[in-house]
Design a protein around this ligand. Structure first.
Ligand SMILES: C[S@@+](CC[C@H](N)C(=O)[O-])C[C@H]1O[C@@H](n2cnc3c(N)ncnc32)[C@H](O)[C@@H]1O
Length: 287
């Protein structure tokens, strides 16, 4: 049987036409930087289909018109939520946390409080990993993690900090007992303890729109989001992040996001770690 016809029959939504894909591609690029290359038609169709159907539309064109016309912005936010990839995990790209512990923590030791921005934090596993690593490395230190994402849905999940058991696999047992509380016996989910939750505050930030902070940060994590942007957008986003870094501050990006093809003012330290030159504009020797 023809699958396209079958799809129309089952939920009454017409298949995504090339013109409709192009409209959605442009809107996603303009509003949140997503670079939907040719070949992503099926992904777009699969991720937006439920919104099209639940909105009572029969075509992606009608759905698109509604998103553009909705002055509340709610329809656009729902579209962004559906199109964005939220995949994340505790201790993801673990060598970054080792580098943080061994090389960056000694530099931060004189700070009070220690402030970090975790941008594009998704559902929070990265934020809580940072909180636990810093708490272990600097016991008793005041730590403030500002975490942000474009997605309100992801931010709500991050702030709640409760994760199904399967998502906690890979978290060291000592951390599980020290920093998580089970919801039941046997557990179906674990929630990060209030003491760790108190170390982070959340804010919605779209990295492709203007934003500002009162003070620059000594450390910014912004991992696995720029991979979805084209080079021009990456360049703009990195410039924004660099402007929010203190001289000598560190930027961590995802390992799949080399900045090699992007023009920027930062020093390469090691794979996926960059540093802003110090106040005299000098590069550091090592780390
Ligand atoms: C794959 S997750 C990365 C999560 C985490 N940083 C990690 O490395 O595991 C990408 C996140 O980027 C967010 N995102 C996508 N576009 C964004 C934008 N323009 N501004 C801010 N966040 C964005 C998505 O909502 C998603 O939560």
């Amino acid at each position: 049987m023809n699958h396209r016809v079958e799809a129309v029959e089952s939920d009454g939504v017409q298949p995504l036409a090339d013109r409709e894909f192009e409209q959605i591609r442009r809107l996603a690029h303009r509003t949140f930087g997503l670079d939907l290359k040719p070949g992503k038609e099926e992904l777009v169709s699969a991720r937006l289909r439920r919104l099209v159907r639940d909105g009572g539309f029969h075509t992606f064109q009608d759905y698109y018109k509604n998103v553009v016309a909705d002055r509340t912005g709610a329809a656009l936010l729902a579209m962004i939520d559906a199109l964005a990839t939220n995949h994340t995990s505790f201790l993801r790209e673990a060598d970054h946390f080792e580098f943080l512990r061994q090389t960056v923590v000694p530099v931060l030791a004189r700070r009070d409080p220690v402030e970090i921005w975790c941008a594009a934090c998704s559902t929070g596993e990265e934020v809580w990993t940072l909180a636990m690593v810093l708490n272990e490395a600097m016991p008793g230190k005041r730590i403030r993690i500002t975490a942000s994402d474009i997605s309100n849905k992801a931010l709500r999940c991050a702030e709640r900090a409760a994760y199904p058991v399967a998502r906690c696999q890979g978290v060291p047992p000592t951390w599980m007992s020290r920093y998580f509380v089970a919801d039941a016996r046997p557990a179906t989910a674990y929630r990060v303890t209030p003491a760790i939750r108190a170390l982070a505050a959340f804010r919605r930030i779209n990295l492709v729109e203007p934003y500002s902070w009162q003070r620059p940060f000594p450390v910014i994590f912004c991992r696995n989001v720029m991979i979805y942007f084209d080079s021009a957008t990456q360049e703009k986003v990195v410039a924004g992040l660099a402007s929010q870094l203190e001289p000598g501050g560190y930027l961590f990006v995802g390992h799949a996001e080399s900045l090699a093809r992007v023009s920027h003012s930062l020093e390469y330290v090691k794979p996926a770690v960059y540093r802003k030159p110090d106040r005299e504009g000098k590069w550091s020797k090592s780390s």
